[in-house]
Design a protein around this ligand. Structure first.
Ligand code: TYD
Length: 218
C-alpha cells in the first residue's frame, strides 16, 4: 500500500482530508449527507480541493456487489466481517487513497468504526481480531475526523419503521442496536480528538447547527 502520509513531498498537493459519518440505522446520516457535503465542499474549496462522497459497504463496483450480498444474505459473523474488510480494501485502493493523494477530501458514509460497532459490538466478534484486519487492510490510514450521529435506540427504531422494507441489519433487535451504539460510544471515549458526537435525536435544524459547529473546526 502506498504510504499516503509521505505523498506531500516534492510539490505534490497536500494530502486531502478523510471524513466519515457514523451512527446506528435510523440516526439520520442520510438525511444530512447532501447538505453536509455542500457545506464541506465550501470549506474544501478554500483549499482548492474537491469533496468526493462515498459510502460503505460499497463505493466501488465490486464493493456494491458485496453490499448486496452483505445486506441481504445471512452468513457467519466472521464471513460478514471479512467481506466488509474485503470491500473496504477495494474502496481504499481504488477510490479513497488516490483521492487523498490528489488532495481531494473524501466524505464516507460509514467506514471501519461501523465494523467495530456492528460486527464487534452488535454481533460480539472479538475486537482484537477486527484490529488485526484493520491493520492489514488499512495500515496507518484512519479518518481525520468522524462525526457520530448518536441517539437512543428506540428513537432510531421509530424513525426507520415503515420507511421501506428493512434490510438484514435494519431488522436486528433493539438489544443488537444497544450493543452497537455502546461500542460506538466506547470508541469515541477512546479517541475523543477524532470524534465529534452529534445529538441526533433532535429536529433537522438542531442537528444542522451542531454540524455547522463541527464544519468550522475542519
Ligand atoms: P448504510 O448504507 O448506512 O444503510 P442505509 O443507507 O440503508 O441506511 O449501511 C448499510 C448497513 O451496513 C448498515 O445497517 C450498517 C451495516 N454495516 C456493518 O454492519 N458493518 C460495516 O462495516 C459497515 C460499513 C456497514
Amino acid at each position: 500500500m502506498t504510504d499516503i502520509t509521505t505523498s506531500c513531498q516534492n510539490g505534490s498537493p497536500p494530502r486531502g482530508k478523510f471524513i466519515t459519518l457514523e451512527g446506528i440505522d435510523g440516526a439520520g446520516k442520510t438525511t444530512h449527507l447532501s447538505w453536509f457535503c455542500d457545506r464541506l465542499s465550501e470549506r474544501a474549496a478554500q483549499q482548492a480541493a474537491r469533496v468526493i462522497v462515498t459510502s460503505e459497504p460499497g463505493g466501488t463496483l465490486l464493493g456494491e456487489m458485496l453490499r448486496e450480498i452483505l445486506l441481504h444474505q445471512e452468513m457467519h459473523c466472521e464471513t460478514e466481517a471479512l467481506l466488509m474488510f474485503a470491500a473496504r480494501r477495494e474502496h481504499i485502493s481504488t477510490l479513497i487513497e488516490p483521492a487523498l493523494i490528489r488532495g481531494d477530501w473524501v466524505l464516507s458514509d460509514r467506514f471501519t468504526d461501523a465494523t467495530f460497532a456492528y460486527q464487534g459490538g452488535g454481533l460480539g466478534l472479538s475486537i482484537d481480531r477486527l484490529k488485526v484486519l484493520e491493520q492489514w487492510v488499512q495500515g496507518e490510514l484512519q479518518p481525520d475526523h468522524t462525526v457520530l450521529f448518536d441517539l437512543p435506540t428506540d428513537t432510531a427504531y421509530a424513525r426507520r419503521s415503515g420507511v421501506r422494507l428493512p434490510d438484514k441489519f435494519e431488522s436486528k433487535s433493539n438489544a443488537f442496536f444497544m450493543r452497537t451504539r455502546a461500542e460506538y460510544l466506547r470508541r469515541t471515549a477512546q479517541e475523543p480528538e477524532r470524534f465529534s458526537i452529534i445529538n441526533a435525536a433532535g429536529l433537522i435544524n438542531e442537528v444542522r447547527e451542531q454540524l455547522e459547529a463541527i464544519l468550522l473546526t475542519l
